[in-house]
Design a protein around this ligand. Sequence first.
Ligand code: UT7
Length: 334
Amino acid sequence: MPPIRKKRRVRTAIVGTGVGLPKRVLTNFDLEKMVNTSDAWIVQRTGIRERRIAAEGESTIDFALAASRQALAEARVPAEEIDLIIVGTQTPDMVLPSTACLLQARLEAVNARPFDLKAGCTGWLYSLVVADQFIKNNPSLKALVVGAELLSRSLDWEDRTTCVLFGDAAGATVVTGRRDGRGLISTCLGGDGSQWRALTMIGGGTMHPPSHEMVDKKLYAARMEGNKVFKLAVPVMEEMAWMVLTEGGYRPEEVDLFIPHQANIRIMESVAERLGIPMDKVVVNVDKYGNTSTASIPVALAESSREGRLKKDDLVLIVSFGGGFTWGGALLRW
Ligand code: UT7
C-alpha cells in the first residue's frame, strides 16, 4: 500500500506587502508653530516625533495605489488575478463609490470584488479576517487587503488634543491560502458600540449632513476622549493577545515579533510589559508616522519585512484597537 500523505491545513498567508506614504514630513517643531504644544509634550505622552501629511490634490487612493502596487509586485501576482479588494478606511476619497472601487479601476484588477470596510483603526485587521473567511471557502483565492487613511483631512488643526496625533499613510497586503504551515493561526475580533462617543468624526453622514453649520462647527473633525480610550485600549489589547495565543497554543515568550496598533508608545509599552514581551520584539513606527489608523499595522509589517526584522517562520502577534470601539488580534506564522 502507498504511504498515506497527510494534507496540511490551509492557512491564509500574507504573500506580499507594500507601503504608500506622502512625501511631506510634519515635525513636532512644525506643530509648535501651529498650536499651543511642544515637542517635549508630544514625545513624552505619545512617542511621536513626526508624521506624513498628504499634499493638496492628493487623496487616499494615491497612497492605497502605491502600497498595492508594491504588495502585488512582491507577491508576484498580476492585478487581474486578484479576486477580492478590501480597503479598511475611515477616510475614503468619496462617499460613493468606495476607495476599493477606485483602486480596482486604477489597478485594472478586473476580476476583483471591491468594497471598503469601516472598523476604526482595527479596519485592516477586520478586513484580513473577512478575506480569511473567503479563503477558507476557496484556498486559491487571492485578496488585496489594504489599510489607507488620510486623517489630516479630518482634523481640526486648532485642536492640540487631536491634531498632533495622526498621520497619513497606506499599507497593503496580498493574501492567499497556503498549505506549508505559514499564515494565520488564530484571530479574534470584538467591539463595544455603546462607547462610540469616545472617538468620533460625526459630520458628513446622515445625522449631520454636509452644511455650512456642520463645517463652521468643525463636526467633520476627529474628536477623542483620549484618556478614556487609553485606559480601555491597554487591557483590551492584552486580552486580544491572550485570546489568539491561547487559541493557537502558544505562550508570549514564543512570539518573535509583536506588532500592536501604533496609537501611542505608552500603550504599546504597557501591553508588551503585561504580556512579558521585551520591547526589542515590538515594532514601533509611531515615532515616524504618528497614528495612521488602519494603515499602522500593514505599514509596520511591510517595513519589518523589508528591514529583515521579519523572517520566514517567525511567530507574529498582532493586536489592534480603535474607534467604535472595535478591537482584534491575530497570530500568524510568517
Ligand atoms: O487609534 C485609535 C485609538 N486612539 C488611542 O489609542 C489614543 C489613546 N489616548 C492617548 O494616546 C492619550 O490619551 C493622548 C496622547 C491622546 C493624551 O495623553 P494623556 O496623557 O491622556 O493626556 P490628557 O488628555 O490627560 O491631557 C493632559 C494635559 C491636559 O492639560 P491639563 O488639563 O492637565 O492642564 C491637556 O490639555 O495635556 C494637555 N494637552 C496638551 N498639551 C500640550 C493635550 N494635548 C496637548 C498637546 N500639547 N498637544
